[in-house]
Design a protein around this ligand. Structure first.
Ligand SMILES: Cc1cc2nc3c(=O)[nH]c(=O)nc-3n(C[C@H](O)[C@H](O)[C@H](O)COP(=O)(O)O)c2cc1C
Length: 201
């Protein structure tokens, strides 16, 4: 079974829902399983104050989740046109993986949610790609054969799925946004399967 890590931060739930839909797309591909993980909020006192296990939802990610995964979908809400600090904080703790080249050659993709239509979805997606390139991951987006990219009136980009959650951060995912999340999960999983077949794993 190929395990693909779906790693995200979400405060109001939109990015979390996207993660669930990407995970479902992954599990539509035979032989692939999604491992869903999140990261804790960062502490203003610079010391960890939260429990190691969240009160609800997925477990917090550890370095081994990244080391063990066959592929990665990384998601964050947009914060001032960038990824959220808790996810950046987690990624900043992955130097040991970088030193050992543990993520080189693994396929990866990114997703985000904003409140406003032009509030920085693409910049956030790209901000998440940058550390993945440093890790040597094979970063992929969505092709325009996914027709939702052309018909969407809200989120959805060739750089990765996105959602426009509205000023109250409570707008549900549109049909296109849902479809593009699912398509990304499937694409990532299909790529993992093809690559692992090529290496005989
Ligand atoms: C500190 C902060 C900065 C934000 N910056 C942006 C932004 O630059 N553009 C935008 O459209 N929304 C911005 N938002 C709104 C979130 O991106 C939006 O509510 C998102 O859907 C939340 O995702 P979540 O439900 O997964 O937490 C910001 C929210 C916070 C708290």
């Amino acid at each position: 079974m190929h395990e693909i890590l779906v790693l995200y931060y979400s405060r109001y739930g939109a990015t979390a829902e996207m993660a669930q839909r990407i995970a479902r797309g992954i599990e539509e591909i035979e032989g692939c399983q999604a491992r869903i993980r999140t990261v804790p909020p960062v502490s203003a006192t610079c010391e960890a104050t939260a429990s190691d296990i969240p009160d609800d939802g997925p477990l917090y990610a550890g370095i081994d989740d990244l080391r063990e995964c066959a592929g990665l979908a990384l998601g964050s809400p947009t914060r001032f046109g960038n990824m959220a600090a808790p996810l950046k904080y987690f990624l900043d703790g992955t130097s040991s993986l970088w030193l050992g080249g543990a993520l080189i050659g693994k396929p990866a993709a990114v997703f985000t949610s904003t409140s406003s239509m032009h509030g920085g979805q693409e910049t956030t997606l790209i901000s998440m790609m940058l550390p993945l390139f440093h890790h040597g991951m094979l970063v992929m987006g969505l092709p325009y054969s996914e027709t939702g990219l052309l018909s969407t009136q809200t989120g959805g980009t060739p750089y990765g799925p996105s959602h426009t959650a509205g000023p109250e951060s409570n707008r549900p995912l549109s049909e296109e946004e849902k479809q593009l999340c699912r398509a990304l999960g499937k694409r990532l999983a299909e790529t993992v399967v093809k690559m692992q077949a090529g290496t005989g794993h």
